[in-house]
Design a protein around this ligand. Structure first.
Ligand SMILES: NC(=O)c1ccc[n+]([C@@H]2O[C@H](COP(=O)([O-])OP(=O)(O)OC[C@H]3O[C@@H](n4cnc5c(N)ncnc54)[C@H](O)[C@@H]3O)[C@@H](O)[C@H]2O)c1
Length: 378
């Protein structure tokens, strides 16, 4: 498998979209990793000339652009980090892949499974070592999720039986006054897609493939196109049953995953990121203290973060190997979100794999459902 760039050559990074997440999470992650390996931010792009100019000035980036194609042609970056609103993710990812760059795209991946498949079709293969497009799902990464994923994969705590996955956050009117939020075409969906996708992605990463889902969605507070709350019941291939709640109506905010296994309950409680102390493992009666202590040995504390995911992605880029959270591994969360909406809007149980080309929920997460799909323009 050919490596795209040697270990000595700096990886050339470009950031597209210079708003809140680019400043708040990507710049710090890149700064930390630049201190430990050859890495260089060569350019940034934004439709707002003022925004990109200020971003480049603050971060010491030499080349501000307002045109993605021009930036790709002139700078030839190895990695493009997309921090734009979701409606641009498909086209910008495909454009960057076609220019030969790897892509790390902010969640949610893109507004439909059809869009995701177009992205996958534009990726390079194993024979060329990419380029690949991965999604930012930083909650999968860090020492806590690493340890619990291993324990579950080895069934060290017995079979997983019951799970709860909760994203109960609070978003006010000011949040929804940003033009790209609250609509299917620009944000992609409500809290199932935009907020809860992080915890659902982690749940899937821990428990493996799901097999069926039933769901309800409501628009209880906000004057938006999408839902502002959803609840779901999910059966996993391994037999475990889970409840999933995604809300932006919950004043006492929390992100939580709880998995009851035969010999222990694992619980993660946090808000926007976790570290070792946020995980709790409660053994069942009869489990020895030594065994429980072994399960709780999370090792050195590596918080979930953009930095933790990016470190692995850069290793994969150098090795020309498909990164986690790309391809089928990146599609799983969007599949579950699409199925959640289909189950909620049709009132039917949805089975894994049933949403494909020709299904209305394949090309739009609202599935053209009455009362949920946008009104046609007059
Ligand atoms: N991983 C996380 O925890 C996390 C947290 C917050 C936001 N996000 C995601 O990050 C993305 C951006 O969110 P944000 O809060 O930074 O938004 P934002 O509105 O603060 O920033 C978006 C930026 O993109 C620019 N932009 C818009 N259209 C563009 C285009 N066509 N080309 C280039 N630039 C364009 C805007 O001018 C703006 O500067 C969203 O997908 C969001 O869901 C992820």
């Amino acid at each position: 498998m050919p490596a795209r760039t040697s270990h000595q050559q700096p990886i050339r990074v470009a950031i597209v979209g210079t708003g809140a997440i680019a400043r708040g999470s990507h710049l710090p992650a890149l700064a930390a990793l630049t201190a430990e390996q050859p890495l260089e931010i060569v350019a940034a792009v934004d439709v707002s000339a003022d925004s990109v100019a200020a971003f480049c000035a603050d971060a010491g980036i030499a080349h501000p652009y307002t045109d993605l194609d021009l930036m790709l042609a002139e700078q030839r970056p190895d990695l493009v980090i997309l921090c734009t609103p979701p409606r641009f993710h498909r086209d910008q990812t495909v454009t960057a892949l076609r220019a030969g760059a790897w892509v790390w795209c902010e969640k949610p991946p893109c507004p439909s499974l059809e869009d995701f498949d177009a992205i996958e079709a534009a990726e390079g293969g194993a024979e060329t070592g990419g380029p690949y497009a991965a999604i930012v799902f930083q909650h999968r990464f860090g020492s806590g999720s690493h340890q619990v994923r291993r324990l579950l994969a080895e069934q060290a705590m017995g079979r997983p039986l019951v799970a709860h996955c909760q994203t109960t956050w609070y978003r006010d009117e000011a949040y929804y006054s940003v033009p790209w939020r609250g609509s299917w075409s620009s944000e992609g969906g409500g809290p199932a897609m935009g907020h809860g996708i992080h915890q659902m992605d982690l749940l899937l990463d821990l428990l493996g493939p799901w097999s069926e889902i039933r769901a309800m969605a409501g628009r209880l507070v906000h004057a938006v196109e999408t839902e502002d709350v959803s609840t779901a019941l999910v059966r996993f291939e391994n037999g475990a049953l889970a409840t999933v709640v995604n809300s932006v109506l919950s004043p006492d905010e929390v992100s939580r995953i709880r998995i009851d296994c035969e010999r222990a309950t694992v619980e993660l409680t946090h808000l926007y990121g976790h570290r070792n102390a946020d995980w709790r493992i409660t053994p069942a009666p009869g489990v020895s203290p030594e065994q429980a202590a072994d399960w709780r040995d999370f090792g050195a504390d590596v918080p979930s973060s953009h930095e933790a995911q990016l470190r692995g992605l850069l290793d994969d880029l150098r090795a020309g190997r498909r990164p986690r959270s790309s391809g089928a591994d990146g599609r799983t969360s969007l599949e579950l979100v699409a199925a959640l909406y289909k189950a909620a809007f049709t009132g039917h149980t949805v089975r894994a794999g049933e949403i494909g080309p020709g299904d209305p929920y394949y090309s739009a997460l609202h599935g053209n459902a009455p009362g949920w799909a946008p009104e046609p323009a007059a």
